[in-house]
Design a protein. Structure first.
Lengths: 125, 141
């Protein structure tokens, strides 16, 4: 049976997690890292990112944090998809064009490369 | 060396960083934000605001992170990332006017990620296209 704890009570230090570590889901990691800086463009996203950053920042300073391989893969696909759509001003991923850009377009290659380094750092490979 | 509010000093050479000139100005990030933990959007906005006040195309600015313990990418997005958009600078121009110093080796990649992302958002912004329209937080298992 999972234990439900109000995240605000952790921030306010009125409760502690009954554990030494916690697992983080993909959406939480996306909001915590905000890998495309979308929180700078939309106030509602900024509010969410602020809250997640506070909570995860506090948790990380007190407990160990872990993730799973499937979460890492979801995150990886997230950065791949959005790097492509934001760079090409499109809403759909064209895999063939993605591969073409990744081998021919220097700017796109640099952006992909820095996202992959961010990904590695996030998941500590 | 002259100390001022907001952690701003004149910089008088003798630096290991070759391209810093005598007319460079230093912004000490942890003094501006008043914390060694650089986490929240508002902290980033405060830093960006201070940098914009000092920005002058005739003098370069050193953004010095010396003494920080941790920064989040959110902080970087709202400070350095937003700076590029607000000052209408591309990466090349950013590197011309600003030097980022005092970062831990592992953290220098984050700056390049933030600059790349900011450049993408700036490109969309200049075309009048909202970046969030091309962004999806849907997950692809």
């Amino acid at each position: 049976m999972p234990i439900v704890i109000d995240a605000n009570s952790l921030i306010n230090e009125t409760r502690r997690l009954p554990t030494e570590a916690f697992f983080v889901d993909t959406n939480i990691i996306i909001d915590f890292t905000d890998p495309f800086g979308i929180s700078t463009t939309k106030p509602t996203v900024e509010d969410r990112v602020r809250k997640i950053t506070k909570i995860v920042g506090r948790l990380k300073s007190t407990y160990k944090s872990f993730s799973t391989f499937s979460v890492a893969m979801e995150y990886y696909k997230h950065i791949q998809f959005n790097t492509y759509t934001l760079y090409n001003e499109t809403k759909k991923l064209d895999i063939e064009n993605f591969k073409k850009l990744k081998s021919n377009d220097i700017e796109f290659m640099q952006i992909c490369d820095s996202q992959v380094r961010g990904f590695r750092k996030t998941f500590i490979f | 060396m002259r100390s001022e509010m907001w952690g701003e000093d004149e910089f008088h050479g003798n630096s290991k960083i070759g391209s810093i000139t005598n007319s460079s100005r230093i912004i000490r990030v942890i003094e501006v934000v008043d914390s060694t933990i650089l986490l929240l959007p508002e902290q980033g906005k405060l830093l960006a605001k201070k940098i914009k006040l000092l920005f002058n195309r005739d003098r370069d600015i050193i953004i010095d992170f010396e003494g920080y313990e941790y920064f989040s990418s959110t902080f970087m997005n709202h400070s350095i990332g937003q700076l590029l958009i607000d000052l209408d600078l591309d990466k090349k121009k950013f590197n011309k006017y600003f030097r980022v110093t005092g970062l831990k080796e592992d953290d220098t990649d984050d700056v390049s990620l933030v600059l790349n992302n900011s450049q993408m958002r700036r490109k969309l912004y200049k075309k009048g296209l909202p970046a969030e329209e091309y962004y999806s937080n849907r997950l692809y298992p």
